[in-house]
Design a protein around this ligand. Sequence first.
Ligand code: SF4
Length: 381
Amino acid sequence: MNNNNNSFVAICHGNDAYVNAYKALEKINLPDLTGKKILLKPNAGRKVLPNKGITTNPLVVAAACDFFKDAGAIVTVGEGTILGVTPFDCLESTGIAAEVKKRAIPMIDLDAAPADKTVIKDSVVLNHARISNVIFDFDYIVSIPVIKTHMHCKVTLSLKNMKGCLKGREKVRLHQLPQPEIPVDEKTLDLAIADLSTILKPDIALIDGSICMEGLGPSAGTTKNLNVVLASTNYLAADAVSVSLMGLNPEEIPHLRLAAARAGESIFIDDIDIDPPSWQEWIQPFELPPKEISLNFPKVEVLDCESCSACVSTLTMFLKRNYEDIADYLPMKFAIGKGHNEIPEDTLCVGNCTIKKCGKNTLVKGCPPVASDILKALTDN
Ligand code: SF4
């Protein structure tokens, strides 16, 4: 579909996420879907419980299943996850599998499918990507993210959610790309997402703004209820409106600004047709992620140099759960990420990316590392 000329975005507000999602889909202009194969791609990339603001609300996925089945489409739900967990386990833990199974809809593991290399023409940093081949069997892809802040790219919405269609470790490669040769202001990850958007984008965005996340997103922040669901056939417009509902300016989200420029689209909010006109009543400013994790944990310094969100999440989860227990070890330094030239002495190195520069420091291996191994490394030393 990818009919980005239509910049209409429907928003439905209320306490029932299922009703909001179904009604929002009813409001957008869709083609005849009879017999069409539709892939629903929620954000269920982590093995966590539902309603934490980390993964898509199962009721929103349930409404999408029902809506597209009612429209005569052949519906499938698919997901690919962060490393260390499996899509089916995550779909189960997040409550999405239960809703999907109730409707006898098949689920697919996007990480298990073969993935050929697709070349990205005129790329800035990502000249190819391995996307699960299975997604090309579908007529339409519906990206169903939850509205969240993100440590590395400020927000994660329907465009960023498509990264889950990359094969296994290919998701990590996006975090490990070298800087472009020409100087640019944006982070390499933002440039990579914009490159990827030229070959991998949703046809329909259904954005879950029921139980969202602010602060230390994408997995260690605080829940925030907007009680909205957005739908659009223009994913850039839908992401831009979601960003506005978070009290932010879409132009200040680098990957969104770059992707819009590549697509020749406007994410200027006045250029988007939004229903209802009174939507701004539902804006609630979101707290952004802190620039340094250590801001939230006194006496902890995190030397983060080009890490990816899996390592950031592991470390933040570890600190959240164990901060009181490690009082005797404070102050402490942790290093994560692949970009260190030198790691100072008395730093706990976390993740395989730090191996080369770890020196005589203690190393917690893993990609991603496991939080319990960090505690073990500390208490064993
Ligand atoms: S070690 Fe950590 S930062 Fe490096 S690729 Fe793995 S998860 Fe990402």
